[in-house]
Design a protein. Structure first.
Length: 188
């Protein structure tokens, strides 16, 4: 509840509503059930651009996302939006389980170890990666993550970003309010 409270600027009523909505959302999507990932989820995992690679010195889980070989067109052609959302929720839930494991059980939100994301944009092209349907799905999924897993990212680092990325970033950053460090990107 403390993380919801922080995300809702210490408004207890707002934080309580958000937490109830998240508990209901988790129940609807069976996120707390011990269900093995389906074969379709395993296929999506092969196309997913990111995974956990290590931990930082302070035990924060570090996730690397490489977009040069990412094929969003294939993802949206072979899988429904519901399947990609289910995979994203599974991925986020696994991320949070790993984060919970990195933290002592009595850690306060102020001392909570959160994940670091490194996004390598090398090879990212407008033609291959900026597909409206895929961007809309990505934005929706990031929004779900922010709504139901508040304060979940410590830092997102973007490297090898093309200059045009700043336009796309303006659309996505509203759904991803976290500390961001950008490298090789025009100032925004």
């Amino acid at each position: 509840f403390e993380r919801f409270l922080i995300a809702h600027h210490n408004d207890i009523d707002s934080a309580a509503v958000a937490m109830r909505e998240t508990l209901q959302f988790r129940e609807e999507h069976k996120l707390d059930a011990a269900i093995a990932p389906s074969p379709r989820m395993a296929q999506i995992a092969k196309l997913w651009p990111g995974d956990r690679v290590c931990s930082s010195v302070d035990r924060s889980p570090v996730y690397f996302f490489g977009y040069g070989h990412y094929q969003p067109r294939q993802l949206i052609q072979e899988f429904t939006p519901e399947e990609t959302t289910a995979y994203y929720l599974h991925f986020m839930d696994q991320m949070m389980r790993e984060t919970n494991s990195a933290n002592p059980s009595n850690a306060s939100s102020a001392n909570w170890i959160r994940p670091i994301e490194v996004h390598d944009m090398k090879g990212l092209t407008i033609r291959d990666h900026c597909i409206p349907a895929a961007l809309a799905q990505l934005s929706r999924n990031i929004g779900l993550g922010q709504k139901h897993v508040p304060d979940n990212i410590r830092k997102a680092v973007f490297i090898n970003a093309p200059l045009w990325f700043s336009m796309i970033w303006r659309l996505l950053k509203c759904a991803m309010p976290c500390a961001v460090v950008c490298s090789s990107v025009a100032p925004f």
